[in-house]
Ligand binder design. Sequence first.
Ligand SMILES: [Cu+2]
Length: 667
Amino acid sequence: MFSNPDLYKLIFGRLTLDAIPYHEPILVVTFIGVAIGGIAVLGILTYFRLWGFLWKEWFTSIDHKKIGVMYIVLAVIMLLRGFSDALLMRGQQAIAFNGSDGYLPPHHYDQIFTAHGVIMIFFVAMPFVTGLMNLVVPLQIGARDVSFPFLNNFSFWMTTAGAIVIMISLFVGEFARTGWLAYPPLSGIAYSPDVGVDYYIWGLQVAGIGTTLSGINLIATIVKMRAPGMTFMKMPVFTWTSLCTNILIVASFPILTATLALLTLDRYTGTNFFTNDLGGNPMMYVNLIWIWGHPEVYILVLPAFGVFSEVVATFSGKRLFGYASMVYATCVIMILSYLVWLHHFFTMGSGASVNSFFGITTMIISIPTGAKLFNWLFTMYHGRIRYETPMMWTVGFMVTFTIGGMTGVMLAVPPADFVLHNSLFLIAHFHNVIIGGVLFGMFAGVNYWFPKAFGFKLDPFWGKLSFWFWQIGFWFAFMPLYILGLMGVTRRVSQFDDPSLQIWFIIAAFGAVLIAAGIGCFLVQIVVSFMKREELRDHTGDPWGGRTLEWSTSSPPPAYNFAFTPIVYDHDAWWDMKNRGYVRPTEGFIPIHMPKNTGTGVILGVLSIGFAFGMIWYIWWLAIVTFVAMLAITIGHTFNYKRDYYITADEVVRTENERTKQLAAQV
Ligand SMILES: [Cu+2]
């Protein structure tokens, strides 16, 4: 069979043993590490017979709270991968001087910075944001779940499937060497004939389906499932930022899907959308990808802004200052984020008029962002501030993000950008706003809502230690890059000739090690908190003295969230209920209609990995079989009518009485 190349090709496409990178020592060591770790985890799950529990209670769950937690688990796992890439890059740049090649040859280094960008944006920041929105929004608006619970489970598994496709490229074949946005013509078949860019395309297309569908789901939820009385201007700020974020997702992710589809046609069928010749136009790709790309950065940071608004009001013990202006600022940022994309390539030569338009729109964004910052500061002003871990991350954000914002305004000035474009100054800037904004926001949100999801707080000692390592590590890691960028050092270079630059890269590498310690402390925080959960347990459901509806439920909330849908009179609905002397109902409970868990989402996720793998390696039979199977299962799922059940009134009574007892015990 193997002697017949045609038959071999028919079965295995372009997959050969050469695809296994056994000649790359770093990858071999990584593989052994991942294999041992994987076997250990599988062994523990099997030994403690946890598979059934995981399948029934988590993998097949259509409960928004559990799906939210699973998104965040995915984000943390991918953070470890994405950050190990960062450490590899920092290490390489710190030692590759004076003729030394370091330990990463250029073709490997290029894959690492490409994978780092792709993973951190699509498989760390996006799942983190989607996870928090899933966990919190239905509770904040007084809903039982999102509008389409099954679709929610399916969206999660498509995102996870995309992450797995990207991870497979580590050990079978190789990843793209194009940078995280795969600009053509480098990403075209002429310059990237191997599988790397195809891994990139199919990993993102699969995950993109999940993202777009969860965007639609959350918009429908926020618009249609608010508790009575919760008009738009009575929605919590986190829900507002989530609404704007999901509008941006639904408005921009289809552009990414279409752009990658055109690149796919160029690579698979020889069309010329983005080629150098035959009428192709690579700059059209660059425009399209940034028409998605810039809204994307606001898709990531708006929910973080929402987290900070909730945290600042709670830990200052004051009503959020300027609620209405906070809402308007969010909407203005949402709209403006669509009008600035060209600042990513002022150097394209589009002329002064076009550049100044995009320069000005970019600078204008700092106004609503500044308004938010002042609203947070005015909320803290004369507040009784409690520096719990979420508040530490929030104040750290205010300092870090503001500086990142200021360097953004510098880059928005076209003449300045002509000098700084694609330099390490730009690298420092976007890490400044993404780490200082998005990541700090996610850590603040996890520390703030963890007790709601699990019933106990996260350990504050390790939480604060993690915060300080991140905060200090960030400045050591990125301030040198600002300086190197001003000195004209370009991004994406794996070796340097000028020895005077080395000290800055060494300081930056030291910063990366401090951040690694911050991540380590976060993992220890999680483990220690589970071990000390009785000590950290919160029986009130409202450990921080919260203001919004999610704090009115028990922790964790029952599967149905609310036995009775609350009536809302204020955007601080729970605070208002507490002030009105809210009394928990103890009778009149009725059966609650609930959707059933289902394995269809997991199965479709697994099949989409098979489909992507078939497309990447030209194993056409595999792509066809999995595609047909996905269609059949989806259609079959729609005919499965036994997809719901009722929680009996007795069960509701039992759960609610348990809670009433807990609360009584607190008084
Ligand atoms: Cu931008």
